[in-house]
Design a protein around this ligand. Sequence first.
Ligand SMILES: [Mg+2]
Ligand SMILES: [Zn+2]
Length: 207
Amino acid sequence: MSPQDSFGAHSRQAGPAARPDSAPQRARAVFLDRDGVVNVDHGYVGRWEDFEFVPGAVDAMRRLHQAGWQLVVVTNQSGIARGYYTEADYEALTARMKAELAAAGAPLAGVYHCPHHPKGSVAAYARDCDCRKPAPGMILRAARELTIDLAASVLVGDKDSDLQAADAAGVGRAIRVLAPGEAYKGAGVVASSLAHAVESGLITPAR
Ligand SMILES: [Mg+2]
Ligand SMILES: [Zn+2]
């Protein structure tokens, strides 16, 4: 090792410690829409029997976790407001999903859902809210609770409403995943799947 190399390594180590630590370190997150990104969107998936991981998604999430990203699911679940499944059904499915992902080396830092819909049939959930995407409520709440640096974060979604929520929340980048056979005409960054987005380097290492 040359003297220059040695000096460089030393100053890189000393740098962060020399800086006053005024604010807690904020994490970078990959916000993931659920249906159509993590699992196949069969329409109102509320029970584990209907939950099918998108091919390659679990492996992609493991790689993102290993690269230092926090994985945060943000999902509209109007099936609860519509009475297709209950909050308890949803929670049971979510517990199973989290356990499977953790076992696969892709633990979730958080899962946020919106059970509402203005035209819902279940009175408790039939209302306007600030969490149903395209509103940014779930992302903003995650950022508060998990101390996330939104500008340094990424969202992956399969609907315009996902990208609109990311934009409204101040998420730095958003990637639109296409449904099978979908010809997307909109602007922005597009990938055929979460796996494709990771494999093609669209989400660079967090550190
Ligand atoms: Mg979706
Ligand atoms: Zn809501």
